[in-house]
Design a protein around this ligand. Structure first.
Ligand code: ADP
Ligand code: AMP
Length: 233
């Protein structure tokens, strides 16, 4: 890449000015890549899963409703998600674009997103589809650990921290998400197949779908993601 396009701390000088959607099954690497891309462009990383977990941690009524559904691998109702996303998009930090991770997850959410983006002056999203053999997902999901402080994502098998159970960035303790236990993986993958996988065809029809081979290493995937985002109009 042209070095003048990048600041000394690795951020891109160009603006995103677009809505990016990361679509793919749980464990495909969406969160890992979304954090990185959002940082490069200085735009918000909008993970509906993280928003719901924050509500659970804060004990809000929304969190109380979402918790049992999440812990059993089911999707949270569209009405809850739509309200949460609408409120987030209103915030001024979203004016230059954003990266959605884990949203939309149903056709209703995708249709509604199209309307919301129009209202906010954005085109249809650039959708990056993380394509991966489901056989690889169990290890990625059950090995995932997240920092309690900053939410950094590790994997005890594939991407371990330098000091066991401590975040490399802030030393925070790492924890396993309750829905990353082996017994919750099957219902989550089933929910993905039934409710979310059809979105690939939906966005392909709109001419907005781009694919990445998510089985590759993190840096290869991030290079491909960046090429897609930069090439999209
Ligand atoms: P998702 O957000 O799609 O559920 P994550 O980004 O949280 O996925 O990644 C799932 C797990 O796989 C994490 O433990 C992460 O560290 C690991 N991971 C992410 N990308 C890769 C990759 N390209 N190769 C190997 N492991 C990865
Ligand atoms: P994630 O962090 O994306 O893996 O999401 C964790 C869980 O949060 C999912 O299994 C769902 O229960 C819930 N969730 C997150 N995003 C959505 C969404 N867009 N629609 C419905 N449920 C969601």
């Amino acid at each position: 890449m042209d070095t003048s396009a990048v600041t000394p701390d690795g951020r891109l000088r160009e603006k995103l000015n677009a809505a990016v959607v990361f679509l793919g099954p749980p464990g495909a690497g969406k969160g890992t890549q979304a954090k990185e891309l959002a940082k490069k462009y200085c735009v918000p990383h909008l993970s509906t899963g993280d928003m719901l977990r924050e509500n659970i941690a804060a004990g809000t009524p929304l969190g109380v409703q979402a918790k049992p559904l999440m812990e059993s691998g089911q999707l949270v109702p569209d009405s809850i998600i739509l309200k949460m996303v609408a409120a987030r998009i209103e915030k001024p930090d979203c004016s230059g674009g954003f990266v959605f991770d884990g949203f939309p997850r149903t056709v209703t959410q995708a249709q509604w997103l199209g309307e919301l983006l129009k209202q906010h002056g954005f085109k249809q999203p650039v959708v990056v589809h993380f394509v991966i053999d489901p056989a690889l997902l169990m290890r990625r999901i059950t090995g995932r650990r997240m920092c309690k402080i900053g939410g950094e994502i590790y994997n005890i098998y594939e991407r371990p921290p330098i000091v066991p159970n401590r975040c490399d960035s802030d030393g925070g303790e790492l924890e396993q998400r309750p829905d990353d236990r082996e017994e919750v993986v099957a219902p989550r993958l089933l929910a993905y197949e039934k409710q979310t996988a059809p979105l690939a065809a939906y966005f392909r029809r709109l001419g907005r779908l781009r694919e990445v081979d998510a089985a590759k290493g993190v840096s290869e995937v991030s290079q491909r993601v960046l090429d897609i985002v930069r090439g999209a109009e």
